[in-house]
Design a protein around this ligand. Structure first.
Ligand code: MEV
Length: 438
């Protein structure tokens, strides 16, 4: 038996009513109302901007807005704004940035910026016939979508190719219009989707109105029209390199470290269990910068993971090696990001993040995101093949535990001292505090 009723029209309630509904339904303390209010911003205008980012806003959910300085990118020093809930990520990024700034910094190369989308449709006629008419159809599609593409074309972007694909192996009578786009400094999701939906409408009308098509050929069913978050032709490569001997304080240590590091990367490229965790470490850095700049990190992640499996096996995204006494470590991945439109120019902290990055173009932001990924991957793998990951993690973990337990500064100091070199857990810290109270 369901003890709760389905609520209709929830989104139409105002914020206070929604909170009251939640308090009543889940028997929450009345203090919850004040508690949620306490996270609302005093500045009404800014609060409205934040609230309007989503439906059913009750309060704001805070994460630290942080920075990591010392990223030397193609010879220029940059500070990366970062937002993450994982305590060790920013410390690791800052450390990696400082380390590589002393060794030539990060280098970058944009491999492409082409994005794609598809109109998926079914058509029962002879596919050769559709192929034959396709040049005419294509011209029509471009003419009809011109009002949508005009501004983007003036900025140097627009539609760069339209292909017809017949794919009966996927579904009987299934086709795609596979469309390529350049979206300049925008991520371009709205632009691409609007163009594709227009293509769908134009295509359907063209078939219905064309005399060359028999009555039974006039039925064309659009299944959907949507951009693809798989953007292998919008790709960036970033890398670091330095003589092996410069990696550590002495030559022997350097050699050992370099070969262990390269082995670890090799394992990630050939073993799926390790590859997923390795790539997670890469996205720790990418997502933190993507969130800070108001970019869609789910799109970035989805495309990145698909690219990791591009040759039929899921692999680590980065690569490393030793060539002529030089250690190199690189990352190549697809990225579709924007610096205009979307949340980037709306969220006040995303705006500040863009200012800290000195208003990068979309291409520059692609390189920074990939660098953030490479740097966090570097820090993780370096720790793994040397001290182990727990040393750094535990320090941060201990801080979180101490904050959760709300202990005095004096107690914090005693706990930190006691747990140096010891295994940290919530219950162990609690035990220590109980036996050493005061
Ligand atoms: C933790 O967030 C990320 C790592 O597991 C990544 C890795 O193992 O490479 C440390």
């Amino acid at each position: 038996m369901m003890d709760r009723k389905i609520i209709s029209g929830f989104s139409k309630l105002d914020r206070k009513q929604k909170i009251q509904w939640l308090v009543d339904q889940y028997h929450l303390d009345q203090a919850t109302i004040k508690f949620l209010d306490s996270f609302q911003l005093a500045d009404e205008k800014t609060q409205e901007i934040i609230a309007d980012l989503s439906e059913n806003q009750l309060s704001n959910y805070h994460l630290p807005f942080t920075v990591a300085p010392n990223f030397l990118v193609d010879g220029k020093l940059k500070t990366f704004p970062l937002v993450t809930e994982e305590s060790s990520v920013v410390a690791a990024l800052a450390k990696a940035a400082g380390y590589w700034a002393q060794r030539g910094g990060f280098r970058t190369e944009i491999i492409g910026t082409k994005k794609k989308g598809q109109v998926h449709f079914l058509w029962k006629g002879d596919h050769e016939k559709l192929n034959k008419f396709f040049p005419e159809i294509k011209q029509n599609l471009l003419i009809e979508s011109a009002p949508l593409t005009e501004k983007m074309t003036n900025r140097g972007g627009g539609i760069s190719a339209v292909e017809l694909k017949y794919l009966p192996e996927v579904l009987p009578n299934y086709y795609q219009l596979d469309v390529s786009f350049e979206t300049c400094d925008a991520m371009g999701a709205n632009f691409i989707n609007s163009c594709l939906e227009q293509f769908g409408k134009t295509l359907k009308i063209w078939v219905v109105e064309n005399d060359q098509f028999a009555e039974e050929e006039k039925e064309l069913e659009i299944i959907m029209a949507i951009l693809s978050n798989y953007v292998p032709e919008s790709r960036v490569k970033v890398w670091v390199e330095c003589p092996v001997t410069k990696l550590e304080a002495d030559a022997e240590k350097s050699q050992l470290f370099a070969s262990k590091f390269v082995q670890a990367v090799h394992i990630s490229r050939n073993d799926v269990s390790r590859a997923v965790t390795h790539n997670k470490g890469i996205f720790n850095g990418i997502d933190a910068l993507a969130i800070a700049t108001g970019n869609d990190f789910r799109a970035i992640e989805a495309g990145g993971h698909a690219y990791a499996a591009k040759d039929g096996k899921y692999r680590g995204l980065s690569d490393a090696g030793i060539t002529d006494g030089n250690f190199w470590f690189s990352l190549e991945l697809p990225l579709a990001v924007g610096v205009v439109g979307g949340v980037t120019r709306l969220h006040p902290l995303a705006k500040l993040a863009m200012q800290i990055l000195e208003q990068p173009s979309a291409k520059q932001l692609m390189t920074y995101l990939a660098i953030s990924g490479l740097a966090s991957n570097w820090a993780a793998v370096r720790a793994l093949v040397t001290t182990g990951i727990q040393q750094g993690h535990m320090k941060m973990h201990l801080s979180n535990i101490l904050n959760t337990l709300q202990v005095s500064d004096e107690q914090k100091q005693a706990v930190r001292l006691y747990f140096e070199g010891r295994e940290v857990s919530f219950s162990e810290v609690q035990n220590f505090l109980n036996t050493h109270a005061g």
